[in-house]
Design a protein around this ligand. Sequence first.
Ligand code: PMP
Length: 377
Amino acid sequence: MLYLDNSATTKIHPEVLEAMMPYLQEEYGNPSSKFYSLAENAKKAVAIARQQVADLVGCDSDEVIFTSGATESNNMIIKGIADYYGREDQGNKNMLTSKAEHPSVIETFEFLGERGYEVTYMDVDQYARVDVEAIKKVADQNQPLLTSIMWGNNEIGSLNPIQELSQIFEENKLFFHTDATQVVGKVPINLKELKGIRFLSLSAHKMGGPKGIGAVIIRKQSKEIYTRLTPLLHGGGQENNYRSGTLAVHNIVGLGKAAERAAINLESNVQRLKELENYLTDIFKNNLKDKIKFNSDEKDKIPGLVSLQFIGVNNELLIKKLSDYTALSSGSACSSSKPSHVLNATGKSLEEVRQTIRITLSPELSKDSLEFFTRIK
Ligand code: PMP
């Protein structure tokens, strides 16, 4: 099976699995227990993983909060900030996001919208990017409790102008969250330089780690002052009271190892992904010139993600036809009754949406394996 759906999930890397195994077997201690070695070993493993994640994104290790994945990270920040700073007795209920966010962001804002919050959903351009000046204007006017704009789009692959956004929110001191799930390990991230980003979500299974584990970075207000928010999960007070529940040590170790590998291999992976992507897009440009349209522009995009329209070809039929030997995506869970909100926000017609395919590569692929695309007529 030729797997070309690496934005949906990735294969767990053997080194990651190897690192996890002891914590599923002999090292089964609870890191919240005290004094005996099983607990201490688990605690040490969690501390190492926390540092590995911090090193990947350029923050302090006590700013890394483990969650069950990016869906939970996004929910935690959006609901947690809304609740903590937007309680009944406080006037401001404004929140800000875009029309091209992942459902775990959009639907969370919709949930809040039904509970009295005033959410502004910003338009995006044809590549699903936000307009920085428009965001600045609305933020200055509305003083939103939180603004959430994704770093890289999971369907089209466009990168948002994150540096400019960070700059705006550094200057106006309003809370800014970014969903970086699709960019970790694919673009350099240094939160010490991007001071306007107060919260960042990530997930292990998009970078060779296990499913069911992710993190949210919650930057401190200052060296000693932690940012406050209402937790999603109340209980034993783990994760600095942000997220209760016994830590999934094996998964955390897996996330840490995946983060370490992502940091070490960032440059070579990006180079390889770009090389494979150019090879693939050249095939399309040369062989199917008038039969395809690319949805993303070539610059400022996630390397290895190609979203394109096969003109006049139903995407689900094409995916099914090729499914015996390859795994492709229509770009999202795009059912015939509910087409992609992202492509819709970029101005595509329903017909164009239903002809869109997303191909997401991995650095391990060979050029030869992509050669079969030359036979598509
Ligand atoms: N945000 C983005 C941009 C994503 O692509 C995904 C995964 N499809 C998520 C959030 C959710 O991540 P998880 O599977 O870890 O909950």
